[in-house]
Each structure stands twice: as C-alpha cells, then as structure tokens.
Ligand binder design. Structure first.
Ligand code: UDP
Length: 323
C-alpha cells in the first residue's frame, strides 16, 4: 500500500512507519518537525517537510504521492499544556486536521486512520472501558481529539472517506531503532527511566490517595508495536469506527517504578507529591472490538517486556535523537 503518515517523525508515528516499511509498504512522511525529530524518519520513507495548517502543502503532497491510505499522528499531546493554551490545541488538533481530511476527500483517498485517545472518555464510570462508554473529556486535549473524531463521521457520511479512530491508552516501549523522546518529557515510563539513568534527581509520584489498592493511579500501558499493528489492520479494514487499544491490564504508578528498578537494576529516589489535576484514578481498556472486528492480536502483555524495550532503546540512544 502507499501510505501517507502525517506526523511520522514523532514517537508513535516513527515506530509505525518502521513497522509498515518492514512489511513492504511505501511510505511518505509529512511532518513539520515541531515536536518530532528529523533523525526519527526512516531512511526508506519519502519525507515532505510541511505543516497541516498549510492546505496547499498537504493537498499537493496527496496529489503527488497518491496514497491509498492516510494515518494522522500530527497533533499536540500534552494534557497540562492544553489546559493553559486551549487555542493551540483546537487550532492544530481540529482546524489543521480538517485540512488533512479535506485534502483526503478532495483527492479520493479511501481511508484515514486517526490517533485518538482514552482521554476522550474523561472520568469513565465503567472499568474496563468499552467504546460505548460516554465520552465526556475533562481536558482540552481530549476534547480536541473527540471533536476530530466527530468531524470524521461527517466526512464519511458526506464524502465517503472511511475512518478508523484508534483510542490509545498509554503508549509505551520502543523498537530497536525508534523510541520515545519528548521535550519536555511528561510521561511516566521515560521519566522513571531517566531517574534510573541518573539524569533526574528523583521521580515524583503524583498522588498517593487515589481509590486504588496502593493509592496511586492505574494505567494500561500498551507497546508501541502493538499500536503499529492496529494501524495496518485499520487501513486494511473497509469500515469506519472507533476502537480502544490497550492490554486490559492495569499497572499503578508505584508498580511501574518497581518494574523499572527490577528491569534496570538501578535504585533511585522516589518522592511523593500532590495529585496532578485532571488525572482519573484508573484507565483500563476493553479492546474486544479491535480484536474481533479488526483482527488485532497484541503481542506484548507483559509490562516487564514493555519497559525492557524502552530501557534498551535508552541505552542505545542515551541522548535520544540528539546523538
Ligand atoms: N505520573 C507520575 N509522575 C510523573 C509522571 C506521571 O506519577 O512524573 C503519573 C500520572 O499522574 C498518571 C500516570 O503516571 O497517573 C501516567 O501518566 P502519563 O503522563 O505517563 O500518561 P497519561 O495517563 O496522563 O496519559
């Protein structure tokens, strides 16, 4: 397949690009390198430096490359920042994304696969979460993703552009070549690994009084290659819909810290801090729909293996992509 990957220089985008290239697909990465890294773009992919705010740039790229499918990763992802700068999130994650949908519809692209998020659910009542759980985001980031999911429903109805929204739970882990390198880093596993490397004086645990067995938040960490697999299945699937992607296993912040200590063999300081605003106590996916409808078969359900892959990548690239 010829696949356009918007945001292919970011964490999940670069790992998915590698996965697709390994399976013989032809890839064009479209990325403005705002948060992504030039070094994260696989040599085997074509690269167009461009921003989705520029309709003519994405329209020309689609006209030239003629993709059969498009994957859209090019969005801002920080919950905390979205609560300070909502306009930044709605402009990029909704308005600029619409340029991509419009260019797909105009140029007869059959399918768009969209990186959505568990943050679309807000504070879910039922755990594990199914796709029919009410979507009531509690931050501007989650709302911006949900808004674009809804826009895609109308592009399908009106223009026949099929879509799959993949609601990721907590993406984690790395491939041999590509891993997580955000600046600033806000995600738990890379931060704990940095503490293990001695690059941070300590790791802070945000909240110890949640209604969970050890009082810390529980999340469902899913390996980035399992996410990559779901994107290919979604491109091959000829229907539209939204799917959760998670392992169905929950891990507390404290247990992740213990896992990192055991995988790395390093000890480091742990500090107990206040809750971070907007954090639900538990987010665990029910991914039955992705398995039965898309045929998704996640391979990594062991948190040790997920953390180990991220640690190996850090050992190989101690300064991330800045080497
Ligand atoms: N977390 C933490 N300390 C940190 C970063 C994150 O205790 O330095 C917690 C955070 O409050 C949440 C969990 O780890 O409960 C996962 O956070 P992350 O930002 O990785 O992903 P999110 O679930 O927010 O998408």
């Amino acid at each position: 397949m010829r696949i356009l990957v918007a945001g292919g220089a970011g964490y999940i985008g670069s790992c998915t690009t590698e996965y697709l290239l390994d399976r013989g697909h032809e890839i064009c990465v479209f990325d403005a390198l705002l948060n992504g890294h030039r070094q994260a773009i696989d040599d085997r992919a074509q690269f167009v430096f461009g921003n989705l705010e520029d309709y003519s740039a994405i329209d020309k790229t689609i006209k030239d490359f003629k993709p059969e499918g498009v994957i859209h990763f090019a969005a801002f992802i920080e919950v905390g920042e979205s609560m300070k700068l909502p306009g930044k999130y709605f402009r990029n994650n909704v308005a600029n994304a619409m340029n991509l949908a419009e260019a797909c519809a105009t140029n007869g692209v059959r399918k768009i696969v969209f990186s959505s998020t568990a943050a679309t659910y807000g504070m879910p009542k039922n755990i594990p979460i199914r796709e029919d759980e009410p979507t009531i985001p509690i931050n501007a980031y989650g709302e911006s993703k949900l808004m674009f999911e809804k826009i895609l429903v109308w592009y399908e109805k009106i223009h026949g552009l099929q879509y799959t929204a993949l609601r990721y739970f907590n993406a984690a882990g790395a491939t041999e070549k590509h891993g997580e390198d955000h600046n600033p880093e806000t995600h738990l596993i890379p931060l704990v690994l940095q503490a293990a490397e001695g690059k941070r004086p300590h790791i802070s645990v945000f909240g110890t009084d949640y209604d969970t067995p050890d009082g810390t938040c529980i999340r469902d960490y899913i390996h980035v290659l399992d996410l990559a697999q779901a994107h290919l299945l979604a491109l091959e699937n000829q229907t539209s819909g939204a799917y959760n992607l998670g392992t169905g296993n929950g891990h507390s912040v404290k247990s992740i810290i213990d896992t990192v200590k055991s995988v790395t063999g390093k000890n480091f300081k742990v500090e107990y801090a206040d809750r971070r605003p907007g954090d639900p106590a538990r987010l665990i996916a029910d991914s039955t729909a992705a398995k039965t409808i898309l045929g998704w078969k996640p391979k990594y359900d062991d948190i040790n293996a997920i953390v180990e892959s991220a640690w190996k990548w850090r050992l190989k690239f101690p300064n991330g992509y800045q080497n």
